[in-house]
Write a protein that binds this ligand. Sequence first.
Ligand code: NAP
Length: 293
Amino acid sequence: MNMILEGKTLAGLIRDALPARAAACARRLGRKPKLVGIGWAADYGSYVYLKKEIEAAQKTGIDAQVIDITENTTHAEFLRIIKSLSSDKTIDAVLVPKPLPEHLNTSEIWENLAAEKDIDGSSVLSIGRLFMCKNWKEVQAMRGFPPATAMAVMRLLEHYKINLSGVETAVIGRSATVGKPLAHMLTCRDATVKICHSRTKNLADALQNSDIVISAVGKARFVTIGMIKKDAIVIDVGTNQDDKGVFCGDVDFDGVKTKASQITPVPGGVGPVTLACLLENIIISVERGPETL
Ligand code: NAP
């Protein structure tokens, strides 16, 4: 019998603890914790996501606002915004859209985002620190944050007590946002990880030997029943619209659920946990305080 690895319960558990922690932070700081999100409305998906995060932050007792950028925002202006948010002592957390607009997408942005405020783990320092970790204990103790979506997958696997040690695991996707940091964290939990991408020859063969398949591709219902091993555990990170405009994951859920032992739905799987992890990171950022190198 297959089991649905829904994310709403875990997201609720994470979020329920946050208003009290936010209130304690506010008492200590003499002001509410503050999040600033950068809004890039041309990327509809990430903009809707940001608005959800801002609303959830406000409900948690966090002061949250958006600074919108447009195609007229120059690299110099954007860099100035990032530097100013990074150094402003009244701002505790910064959320930057990923991917950045093409005309602003330079490593200089990620080099200048303060790691302790970078709640989605995109800064050069956060990524560097994550990849220096040799095991899970070091990941948990690291300053800064791993990318929230990759962390949400790890939290879901932990919540459902899924054994990773020595387990053959395939990650489809090698982005710096999801695939690569996730593969690294899985190896830190002792999984044996295979990273697949668009140049992988015969993806189905690669997946057939995997007990856990995690898809972060961005293509509607891309992973089909014939590609996975019987009783595999399937985690779907994808958030897509199919050709009829229906919101769906990377996995053909209706087909694959009849063969998988456990599977995440979309919506209601990784997404809500990502949102909760980002909220929690705002509070952790305040609780840790400014970083001195
Ligand atoms: P991305 O940067 O576009 O990366 C997609 C990856 O998929 C690439 O590594 C690409 O390979 C690989 N790929 C593309 N076609 C493939 C194929 N035919 N076979 C095998 N691999 C293939 O996307 P991303 O930012 O990692 O995001 C992935 C998905 O997760 C998207 O749907 C995104 O919306 C979703 N997402 C969800 C959340 C959440 O909270 N649930 C958060 C962030 C992102 P190459 O490297 O060879 O091009």
